[in-house]
Write a protein that binds this ligand. Structure first.
Ligand code: ATP
Ligand code: MG
Length: 246
C-alpha cells in the first residue's frame, strides 16, 4: 500500500485546466522528482496534497484511507509538510521563531503562560544540527542567505516528524554552493525515513537525489519512471513535448 495515492486528480481554475486526470503514488521513504515547464501544474498538485485547496475531482488516499483536506492543518495532521515555492518565512523574525511559527512552545510560570524562547531556540538548534546546517536559531531571517532560508523552511517541516515532505523548487534561487547544501538536506530527510517530493526545474538535482521522476505537461502526467531507467535527454524531451510520453 502506498503512503500517498492520487487518483484521477483534476483541478480547474475557471476556464484554466491546471491538472487533468493525474495519478501518482508515493511510497514510504522514497524521493520523487516532479518536473515540468512553467505552468505545467506542479505547484497546484503540491498545494492539493498539502491541503491548500481541494481538487475539482479525484481521490487522495493516505495509507489506503480516503482523505479530504479542507485546510493545510488537515494535511499536516496526516503527516504531510510542505516547503512552499516562496518559502513563506517571516523576514523580521529569528530562524527559531520561524521554525515554531503557529506552533510556539509555551511554559507556565505561576498562573501565567509565556512563550518558551529558550526551549524553542534549543530545539531549533538541534534541528539545524540534525540537518547539518550552520544556521543559528537566534539569527534574523532577513539577514540570511537563500540556502540558510531553505534550511529554516526545511527545519520547520521536521517539528512534527512528517511521513512526507513536499518541496517546491528549493534550489531555484540559490548559489551553487548552497544548492549542494540543500541537496544534502534532502538526502538527510530521505536517510531518516521521510518520503520527499521534489519539484524542480534543475535536472542535476533531480537525478542526484530522486529515486523516481514524474513529468507533467500542461496538467497531464506524461511520464513516471525510475531514475535509472531514464536520462536527462529523455526527461528534457518529455518536459518540452519533443518526446510525447514515456
Ligand atoms: N490560484 C490560481 N488561480 C488561477 N489560476 C491558477 C492558480 N494557481 C495556478 N493557476 C494556473 O494553473 C496553471 C498551473 O500553475 P502552477 O503554478 O501549478 O504551475 P507550475 O508547474 O508550478 O509552474 P512554475 O514552474 O512556473 O512554478 C497555470 O496556468 C496557472 O496560471
Ligand atoms: Mg510552481
Amino acid at each position: 500500500m502506498s503512503l500517498l495515492e492520487l487518483k484521477e486528480i483534476t483541478k480547474r481554475f475557471g476556464a484554466i485546466s491546471a491538472l487533468q486526470g493525474v495519478n501518482l503514488a508515493i511510497e514510504a521513504g522514497e524521493a520523487v522528482g516532479l518536473m515540468g515547464d512553467n505552468g505545467a501544474g506542479k505547484s497546484t498538485l503540491m498545494k492539493i496534497i498539502a491541503g491548500n485547496f481541494p481538487p475539482t475531482s479525484g481521490d487522495i488516499r493516505i495509507d489506503g484511507n480516503l482523505v479530504s483536506f479542507n485546510k493545510p492543518l488537515d494535511a499536516r495532521n496526516s503527516g504531510i509538510e510542505i516547503v512552499y515555492q516562496d518559502l513563506a518565512l517571516c523576514d523580521n523574525l529569528t530562524a527559531s521563531a520561524n521554525v515554531f511559527l503557529g506552533r510556539e512552545l509555551k511554559k507556565k510560570i505561576g498562573p501565567f503562560s509565556m512563550l518558551d524562547y529558550r526551549g524553542m531556540n534549543e530545539r531549533a538548534g538541534e534541528l539545524f544540527t540534525e540537518l547539518k546546517s550552520e544556521t543559528r536559531p537566534r539569527d534574523l531571517v532577513k539577514q540570511m542567505s537563500g540556502g540558510q532560508r531553505q534550511a529554516v523552511a526545511i527545519a520547520r517541516t521536521r517539528l512534527s516528524d512528517p511521513k512526507l515532505v513536499l518541496m517546491d523548487e528549493p534550489t531555484a534561487a540559490i548559489s551553487v554552493r548552497q544548492v549542494a547544501e540543500v541537496l544534502s538536506l534532502i538526502k538527510r530527510l530521505k536517510d531518516t525515513g521521510h518520503a520527499v517530493v521534489l519539484v524542480s526545474h534543475r535536472m542535476p538535482d533531480v537525478f542526484e537525489v530522486c529515486d523516481r521522476v514524474a513529468v507533467l505537461r500542461r496538467g497531464i502526467k506524461v511520464a513516471d519512471k525510475s531514475i535509472d531507467q531514464t536520462s536527462t535527454e529523455e526527461v528534457t524531451g518529455l518536459i518540452t513535448g519533443a518526446v510525447e510520453a514515456a
